[in-house]
Design a protein around this ligand. Sequence first.
Ligand code: ATP
Length: 368
Amino acid sequence: MGEPKSKGIKKRPSSRLGGILDGYDPAKLVIATACSHSSLQIFHGARAEGIKTLGIAVGNEPKFYSAFPRARPDEFIVVDSWNEIPKLAGELRKRNAVIVPHGSFVEYLGATEFLKLNVPSFGNRKVLEWEADREKQRDWLRSAGVWVPKRFKPGEAIDRPVLVKFHGAKGGRGYFIAKNQDEFMEMEDRVQGKAVQIQEYILGTRYYLHFFHSPIKKDGYELSRGSLELLGMDRRDEANIDEMYKLGAQELLKKSGVLPTFVVTGNVPVVIRESLLPKVFDIGERVVERSYELFGGMTGPFCLETLVSDDLHITVFELSARIVAGTNVFISGSPYADFVEPGLSTGRRIAQEIKMARRMGRLPEILT
Ligand code: ATP
């Protein structure tokens, strides 16, 4: 596995908000996001905390929200395509909107446009630069002292099972497993001319850890700034790898041209054995502390995608620096969030953080 590296120099957090917040009426903040991904949870959580909500939708007001009255946004803005979101900036600012970005929001808008969007956004947008680039993300995790899968250089002998990941592939599309050098050579034509990362395939069980880092809340599991909460854990259902065994052994399937895919189709709640919780928090803490040193801190919700091997070693293979769709299984709390506050979802926790920062006059520390 890729070994952890040592740490670097501390930098101060910074804000790109300029004077935008000066024009805002803090009492009238509105939580806005794109109608997709985890928006029901975000709107539901905001409503529970008494904050107004705004859903950004494409084409029409999505009808299905009326089936969920407690999670329906107070208002919609409808655009013809996601490309129009940058044009909405003035309108959003006029409405005192704070964007709560989720995975689809960033994907639909595009990372570059999201970085430029002149509307206050929950969390530190600088994290994108470190999250979106696989090499930088790897450096971040390793320099935090966290285990990551070993990476094979082009031409390096494959001495163990590997997962070949294509850059920019969403949801593991096109990824393939090669168990040894020969199998890798058989599949080599799929790699030719493409940007790939050849990663050690870790044989273990998957735990997607949902954390929340508040730079302003001091009680609980304290960090050098603020605190760290664990609000839940899920495992993704991935088609077709998760159900492939029903058709027989992968070897035979491969001969008939059936290759595993890792497309996320849903999520299931999980808990990790309790004796692993100290390691879980240690990993979360390291990743947050290092984020301050690298780019001023990853704040708010984030997810570490991990594999736990039979020697109970935890390896982080991916990081998502915002609310993940796996938190949707915990709208009414989780076996971990319930120890913080009964019925607490990540969406609600975001709304609480905004309220707390507003009360303390510290909004610039949680918005960028
Ligand atoms: P997303 O952006 O949706 O998270 P992605 O394209 O970044 O997906 P990964 O999350 O890196 O892809 O991987 C997709 C899936 O492949 C994981 O959910 C996991 O099941 C499996 N996987 C990834 N890396 C490894 C690894 N090193 N060893 C074993 N399985 C892995």
